[in-house]
Design a protein around this ligand. Sequence first.
Ligand code: DAH
Length: 364
Amino acid sequence: MSEDTVSASIPTDQLISLLLSLPDEAKKIINESDAPYDELKTIILGKESEFTKLSQSMRFVPKEDKQQVGIVLNQVKKSIETLLSEKAKTAHTSNEEWIDVTAPGVRPPVGHIHIVTQAINEITEIFNKLGFTRVRHPEVDWDYYAFEALNMPKNHPARDEWETFFIEYPGKPNPKEEKYQKLVLTPHTSNGQIHEMEKGILPIRTINIAKCYRRQIDVSHTPMFHQFEGMYIDKHVSIGHLKGVLDYFAKAFFGKDRITRIRPFHFQFTEPSFEVDITCGVCNGTGIVKNKEKCRLCKDGWLELGGAGMIHPNVLKASNIDTTMYNGFAFGFGIERSYMMKSGTQLDDIRLIYSNDIRFLKQF
Ligand code: DAH
């Protein structure tokens, strides 16, 4: 109905028939609309409603018809209110909470442990099977444990390879106590070797997993990363034992087709020392991919995993281990690096792991 009809006088008959059509119209609105109860009420009986507009034209109704129109108006209002109150029994109001128990549930977002923690758990489990116990050692440690006891005396050039963060010691180091002079954020997990040996319990078969810190950042380095360091000290330990452990780990962690090789290298704390490589997962150790192209991920089929060796007698002696009876091996690898080399993982930038981007982390 237009504004004109409201303001102008309407013949009584027409007004009555318009009023009588309102309950049907209201029924239609109620049935077809999704609006909550109180919104429906405003649409049907509110200030702007057809009902209100028609009832305002009451003042133009001739005196003699007023009673009749009044009765109709009341009846119409009553029947609309009945319709609305029926709706109210089943409907909800906009400011009232309601639950549609039949609606499909909304799944809350479920997180998962970070990929580095996943790798740590997996690595721990693999070494547990070989009898290696997971141990923890300080991640802020004395220079003595990070370097000196590992056969790297003060000012030794080999120290340069570990881009170390030195940190302020809050108290005064005791000048007489040689071990406790300078503090470092551990640049590798090899400090754990010394702490473990100092316990004085032999044999030792441990896996130390910890955070490491170095002043480096690029596609293959982050200033904070993780290493896992295996150590085995017993009577008659051989390079063969080391190789066996490395191969077991490579197959369990990277996949059963992968093998390792050891190459001569130099570390101050092992003699002999090796660098450990693993066959590349992309070209299967051949260095060649489809179409006879060179594999872009590796060098001739091999990827570098980390360092290893037979523990240097000087390191054992520094921790009072009788080198005439005991010897051992150790190895240290990066967790993030190893994870990136795992079969099927095509990560080409280590920094992504710590970018805190949920879209990246969700994939794993
Ligand atoms: N600590 C060495 C590094 O961070 C890795 C390493 C090499 C650990 C040889 C060892 C080892 O236990 O025997 O580069």
